[in-house]
Write a protein that binds this ligand. Structure first.
Ligand code: C2E
Ligand code: CA
Ligand code: CA
Ligand code: CA
Length: 278
Protein backbone atom coordinates (compact mmCIF):
# COMPACT_ATOMS: atom_id res chain seq x y z
CA UNK A 1 0.00 0.00 0.00
CA UNK A 2 1.37 3.33 -1.01
CA UNK A 3 0.70 5.97 1.59
CA UNK A 4 -0.15 9.39 0.27
CA UNK A 5 2.60 11.88 1.01
CA UNK A 6 0.37 14.42 2.63
CA UNK A 7 -1.24 12.00 5.08
CA UNK A 8 2.16 10.62 5.89
CA UNK A 9 3.34 14.09 6.78
CA UNK A 10 0.26 14.82 8.87
CA UNK A 11 0.66 11.62 10.81
CA UNK A 12 4.28 12.46 11.47
CA UNK A 13 3.54 16.01 12.56
CA UNK A 14 0.75 14.77 14.80
CA UNK A 15 3.15 12.32 16.50
CA UNK A 16 5.63 15.09 17.08
CA UNK A 17 3.01 17.30 18.66
CA UNK A 18 2.00 14.45 20.87
CA UNK A 19 5.56 13.86 22.04
CA UNK A 20 6.17 17.56 22.59
CA UNK A 21 2.97 17.83 24.58
CA UNK A 22 3.90 14.85 26.68
CA UNK A 23 7.26 16.43 27.44
CA UNK A 24 5.67 19.71 28.45
CA UNK A 25 3.20 17.88 30.67
CA UNK A 26 5.90 15.88 32.41
CA UNK A 27 8.04 18.98 32.94
CA UNK A 28 5.10 20.87 34.35
CA UNK A 29 4.22 17.94 36.57
CA UNK A 30 7.78 17.58 37.79
CA UNK A 31 7.93 21.21 38.89
CA UNK A 32 4.78 20.64 40.87
CA UNK A 33 6.18 17.37 42.24
CA UNK A 34 9.31 19.12 43.52
CA UNK A 35 7.16 21.66 45.34
CA UNK A 36 4.85 18.95 46.74
CA UNK A 37 7.74 16.73 47.79
CA UNK A 38 6.61 13.79 45.70
CA UNK A 39 10.16 12.51 45.10
CA UNK A 40 11.65 9.95 47.46
CA UNK A 41 14.91 8.06 47.66
CA UNK A 42 15.37 4.33 47.84
CA UNK A 43 18.71 2.94 48.95
CA UNK A 44 20.46 -0.14 47.63
CA UNK A 45 23.12 -1.63 49.90
CA UNK A 46 26.59 -2.54 48.66
CA UNK A 47 28.32 -5.52 50.26
CA UNK A 48 32.00 -6.27 50.73
CA UNK A 49 32.55 -9.61 48.96
CA UNK A 50 35.17 -10.78 51.43
CA UNK A 51 33.17 -10.20 54.63
CA UNK A 52 29.56 -9.96 53.47
CA UNK A 53 29.20 -6.73 55.43
CA UNK A 54 27.29 -3.70 54.15
CA UNK A 55 29.90 -1.09 53.27
CA UNK A 56 27.94 1.43 51.25
CA UNK A 57 24.61 2.30 49.65
CA UNK A 58 23.40 3.99 46.50
CA UNK A 59 20.56 6.51 46.61
CA UNK A 60 18.09 6.00 43.74
CA UNK A 61 15.30 8.47 43.13
CA UNK A 62 11.63 7.54 42.64
CA UNK A 63 8.56 9.65 42.01
CA UNK A 64 5.58 8.96 44.20
CA UNK A 65 3.04 10.12 41.68
CA UNK A 66 -0.50 10.81 42.98
CA UNK A 67 -2.11 8.85 40.09
CA UNK A 68 0.61 6.75 38.56
CA UNK A 69 2.06 5.32 41.76
CA UNK A 70 5.79 4.79 42.22
CA UNK A 71 7.48 5.88 38.98
CA UNK A 72 11.04 4.60 38.28
CA UNK A 73 13.78 7.12 37.33
CA UNK A 74 14.06 5.83 33.75
CA UNK A 75 10.64 7.37 33.10
CA UNK A 76 11.43 10.93 34.21
CA UNK A 77 15.21 11.49 34.45
CA UNK A 78 15.57 11.93 30.66
CA UNK A 79 12.86 14.65 30.66
CA UNK A 80 14.47 16.25 33.69
CA UNK A 81 17.83 16.29 31.92
CA UNK A 82 16.40 17.76 28.76
CA UNK A 83 14.53 20.54 30.53
CA UNK A 84 17.33 21.39 32.93
CA UNK A 85 15.14 20.51 35.92
CA UNK A 86 17.69 17.82 36.73
CA UNK A 87 19.83 20.49 38.38
CA UNK A 88 17.12 21.23 40.94
CA UNK A 89 16.07 17.61 41.32
CA UNK A 90 19.69 16.48 41.58
CA UNK A 91 20.37 19.01 44.33
CA UNK A 92 17.39 17.73 46.23
CA UNK A 93 18.72 14.17 45.85
CA UNK A 94 22.15 15.11 47.22
CA UNK A 95 20.69 17.03 50.14
CA UNK A 96 18.17 14.33 51.05
CA UNK A 97 20.81 11.56 50.84
CA UNK A 98 23.17 13.57 53.09
CA UNK A 99 20.43 14.47 55.54
CA UNK A 100 19.22 10.85 55.79
CA UNK A 101 22.73 9.45 56.18
CA UNK A 102 23.54 11.93 58.94
CA UNK A 103 20.28 11.10 60.70
CA UNK A 104 21.16 7.38 60.69
CA UNK A 105 24.63 8.15 61.98
CA UNK A 106 23.12 10.22 64.79
CA UNK A 107 20.93 7.26 65.70
CA UNK A 108 24.02 5.12 66.16
CA UNK A 109 23.61 2.99 63.03
CA UNK A 110 26.42 1.74 60.85
CA UNK A 111 28.43 4.65 59.39
CA UNK A 112 28.70 4.05 55.66
CA UNK A 113 29.00 6.32 52.63
CA UNK A 114 26.01 7.10 50.44
CA UNK A 115 26.48 7.37 46.67
CA UNK A 116 24.44 9.68 44.47
CA UNK A 117 24.20 9.77 40.69
CA UNK A 118 25.20 12.95 38.87
CA UNK A 119 23.87 13.94 35.46
CA UNK A 120 26.09 15.70 32.93
CA UNK A 121 24.06 18.91 33.30
CA UNK A 122 24.76 18.92 37.04
CA UNK A 123 28.39 18.03 36.66
CA UNK A 124 29.13 20.86 34.24
CA UNK A 125 27.19 23.39 36.25
CA UNK A 126 29.74 25.70 37.84
CA UNK A 127 27.89 26.06 41.13
CA UNK A 128 27.96 22.32 41.94
CA UNK A 129 30.98 22.41 44.24
CA UNK A 130 29.68 25.29 46.34
CA UNK A 131 26.21 23.70 46.45
CA UNK A 132 27.65 20.44 47.77
CA UNK A 133 29.84 22.27 50.21
CA UNK A 134 26.76 24.12 51.49
CA UNK A 135 24.77 20.86 51.76
CA UNK A 136 27.55 19.18 53.76
CA UNK A 137 27.74 22.14 56.11
CA UNK A 138 23.98 22.33 56.50
CA UNK A 139 23.45 18.61 57.13
CA UNK A 140 26.65 18.12 59.14
CA UNK A 141 27.59 15.00 57.16
CA UNK A 142 31.34 14.36 57.01
CA UNK A 143 32.39 14.54 53.33
CA UNK A 144 33.93 11.07 53.47
CA UNK A 145 30.38 9.71 53.70
CA UNK A 146 29.34 11.16 50.35
CA UNK A 147 30.29 9.63 47.04
CA UNK A 148 29.41 11.02 43.59
CA UNK A 149 28.83 8.70 40.65
CA UNK A 150 29.72 9.99 37.21
CA UNK A 151 29.84 8.15 33.89
CA UNK A 152 32.72 7.70 31.51
CA UNK A 153 31.19 10.11 28.98
CA UNK A 154 31.52 12.94 31.50
CA UNK A 155 35.31 12.55 31.38
CA UNK A 156 35.59 12.95 27.60
CA UNK A 157 37.02 16.41 28.04
CA UNK A 158 39.80 15.35 30.42
CA UNK A 159 41.01 18.89 31.06
CA UNK A 160 37.62 20.10 32.15
CA UNK A 161 36.71 16.93 34.07
CA UNK A 162 40.03 17.12 35.86
CA UNK A 163 39.32 20.68 37.01
CA UNK A 164 35.78 19.84 38.21
CA UNK A 165 36.84 16.65 39.96
CA UNK A 166 39.74 18.39 41.65
CA UNK A 167 37.34 20.95 43.12
CA UNK A 168 34.96 18.24 44.28
CA UNK A 169 37.58 15.96 45.82
CA UNK A 170 39.10 18.92 47.64
CA UNK A 171 35.83 19.03 49.57
CA UNK A 172 36.64 15.51 50.75
CA UNK A 173 33.95 13.63 48.81
CA UNK A 174 34.91 10.66 46.63
CA UNK A 175 34.21 9.90 42.99
CA UNK A 176 33.20 6.68 41.32
CA UNK A 177 32.70 5.78 37.67
CA UNK A 178 29.27 4.27 37.04
CA UNK A 179 28.40 1.71 34.34
CA UNK A 180 32.11 1.21 33.75
CA UNK A 181 32.97 -0.49 30.47
CA UNK A 182 29.93 0.70 28.50
CA UNK A 183 31.13 4.14 27.48
CA UNK A 184 34.16 5.90 26.17
CA UNK A 185 37.14 4.60 28.11
CA UNK A 186 40.62 5.90 28.01
CA UNK A 187 43.56 4.97 30.16
CA UNK A 188 44.55 8.60 30.07
CA UNK A 189 41.60 9.69 32.17
CA UNK A 190 41.84 6.77 34.54
CA UNK A 191 45.43 7.66 35.28
CA UNK A 192 44.85 11.38 35.61
CA UNK A 193 41.56 11.76 37.43
CA UNK A 194 40.95 11.33 41.18
CA UNK A 195 38.71 8.27 40.98
CA UNK A 196 38.20 6.05 44.02
CA UNK A 197 35.97 3.32 42.62
CA UNK A 198 34.93 1.71 39.38
CA UNK A 199 31.46 0.20 39.15
CA UNK A 200 31.47 -2.58 36.57
CA UNK A 201 28.34 -2.38 34.47
CA UNK A 202 25.86 -5.18 34.97
CA UNK A 203 26.03 -6.23 31.31
CA UNK A 204 29.45 -7.78 32.05
CA UNK A 205 28.23 -9.47 35.22
CA UNK A 206 25.08 -11.09 33.82
CA UNK A 207 26.76 -13.94 31.90
CA UNK A 208 30.04 -13.96 33.77
CA UNK A 209 29.94 -17.71 34.37
CA UNK A 210 28.89 -18.67 30.84
CA UNK A 211 30.87 -16.24 28.71
CA UNK A 212 34.62 -16.42 29.03
CA UNK A 213 34.95 -13.08 27.22
CA UNK A 214 32.91 -11.32 29.93
CA UNK A 215 34.92 -13.05 32.64
CA UNK A 216 38.15 -11.95 30.97
CA UNK A 217 36.98 -8.33 30.77
CA UNK A 218 35.92 -8.32 34.41
CA UNK A 219 39.23 -9.84 35.49
CA UNK A 220 41.13 -7.23 33.49
CA UNK A 221 39.11 -4.33 34.94
CA UNK A 222 39.68 -5.58 38.48
CA UNK A 223 43.41 -6.04 38.07
CA UNK A 224 43.85 -2.67 36.33
CA UNK A 225 41.75 -0.88 38.96
CA UNK A 226 43.70 -2.45 41.81
CA UNK A 227 47.04 -1.49 40.34
CA UNK A 228 45.72 2.10 40.13
CA UNK A 229 44.61 1.88 43.80
CA UNK A 230 40.93 1.93 42.91
CA UNK A 231 38.21 -0.22 44.42
CA UNK A 232 35.85 -2.24 42.24
CA UNK A 233 32.11 -2.68 42.70
CA UNK A 234 30.21 -5.20 40.54
CA UNK A 235 26.71 -4.04 39.61
CA UNK A 236 23.66 -6.18 38.95
CA UNK A 237 24.80 -9.21 40.94
CA UNK A 238 21.72 -11.44 41.03
CA UNK A 239 22.96 -14.89 42.04
CA UNK A 240 25.13 -16.58 44.61
CA UNK A 241 27.28 -18.08 41.85
CA UNK A 242 27.99 -14.65 40.37
CA UNK A 243 28.97 -13.40 43.82
CA UNK A 244 31.32 -16.36 44.37
CA UNK A 245 32.84 -15.89 40.98
CA UNK A 246 33.47 -12.19 41.58
CA UNK A 247 34.90 -12.91 44.99
CA UNK A 248 37.36 -15.40 43.52
CA UNK A 249 38.41 -12.64 41.10
CA UNK A 250 39.13 -10.36 44.09
CA UNK A 251 36.35 -7.92 43.24
CA UNK A 252 35.87 -5.71 46.31
CA UNK A 253 32.13 -5.13 46.49
CA UNK A 254 28.84 -6.15 44.97
CA UNK A 255 25.53 -4.41 44.46
CA UNK A 256 22.46 -6.19 43.10
CA UNK A 257 19.30 -8.12 43.78
CA UNK A 258 21.29 -11.03 45.28
CA UNK A 259 22.36 -8.78 48.17
CA UNK A 260 19.22 -6.66 48.20
CA UNK A 261 17.07 -4.62 45.82
CA UNK A 262 16.86 -0.86 46.42
CA UNK A 263 14.83 -0.35 49.62
CA UNK A 264 12.69 2.41 51.12
CA UNK A 265 14.53 4.25 53.89
CA UNK A 266 12.62 2.50 56.70
CA UNK A 267 13.68 -0.93 55.41
CA UNK A 268 17.27 0.13 54.87
CA UNK A 269 17.39 1.53 58.38
CA UNK A 270 16.39 -1.88 59.75
CA UNK A 271 19.13 -3.54 57.75
CA UNK A 272 21.69 -1.11 59.13
CA UNK A 273 20.66 -1.71 62.73
CA UNK A 274 20.55 -5.52 62.27
CA UNK A 275 24.07 -5.51 60.92
CA UNK A 276 25.19 -3.21 63.66
CA UNK A 277 23.80 -5.37 66.43
CA UNK A 278 25.02 -8.64 65.06
P1 C2E B 1 22.26 3.09 37.84
O1 C2E B 1 22.93 4.25 38.46
O2 C2E B 1 23.09 2.16 37.03
O3 C2E B 1 21.53 2.33 39.05
C1 C2E B 1 21.37 0.94 39.15
C2 C2E B 1 20.04 0.49 38.60
O4 C2E B 1 20.05 -0.94 38.51
C3 C2E B 1 18.86 0.83 39.52
O5 C2E B 1 17.71 1.05 38.69
C4 C2E B 1 18.68 -0.47 40.30
O6 C2E B 1 17.37 -0.65 40.81
C5 C2E B 1 18.99 -1.50 39.24
N1 C2E B 1 19.46 -2.75 39.82
C6 C2E B 1 20.07 -2.94 41.01
N2 C2E B 1 20.41 -4.23 41.19
C7 C2E B 1 20.02 -4.89 40.08
C8 C2E B 1 20.09 -6.27 39.66
O7 C2E B 1 20.59 -7.14 40.36
N3 C2E B 1 19.60 -6.56 38.43
C9 C2E B 1 19.04 -5.63 37.61
N4 C2E B 1 18.57 -6.00 36.44
N5 C2E B 1 18.95 -4.30 37.99
C10 C2E B 1 19.43 -3.95 39.19
P2 C2E B 1 16.78 2.33 38.91
O8 C2E B 1 16.64 2.64 40.36
O9 C2E B 1 15.55 2.13 38.09
O10 C2E B 1 17.64 3.49 38.28
C11 C2E B 1 17.92 3.52 36.90
C12 C2E B 1 18.89 4.62 36.56
O11 C2E B 1 18.34 5.91 36.81
C13 C2E B 1 20.17 4.58 37.41
O12 C2E B 1 21.03 3.59 36.89
C14 C2E B 1 20.67 6.00 37.19
O13 C2E B 1 21.37 6.10 35.97
C15 C2E B 1 19.38 6.79 37.11
N6 C2E B 1 19.12 7.44 38.40
C16 C2E B 1 18.55 6.95 39.51
N7 C2E B 1 18.51 7.89 40.50
C17 C2E B 1 19.09 9.00 39.99
C18 C2E B 1 19.36 10.31 40.51
O14 C2E B 1 19.09 10.65 41.66
N8 C2E B 1 19.98 11.19 39.66
C19 C2E B 1 20.34 10.84 38.39
N9 C2E B 1 20.95 11.75 37.62
N10 C2E B 1 20.10 9.62 37.87
C20 C2E B 1 19.49 8.71 38.67
CA1 CA C 1 24.65 4.61 39.70
CA1 CA D 1 25.25 1.66 37.16
CA1 CA E 1 23.28 4.47 34.57
Amino acid sequence: VKVNGKNDYMLHSCDMDHIALEKLTIQHEMRRALRNKEFILHYQPQYALASGQIVGMEALVRWRHPERGLVPPGEFIPAAEESGLIVQLGEWVIEEACRQNKEWQNEGLLNIPVSVNLSLRQFTQRKLTSKISEILRKTGLHPRYLELEITESMTMDVERASQYLKELTELGVSISIDDFGTGYSSFHYLKNLPIARLKIDRSFVRDIEQRSSDAAIVAAIISMAHSLQMQVVAEGVETKDQAHFLRSYRCDEMQGYYGSPPLPSTALKELLSEKFNR
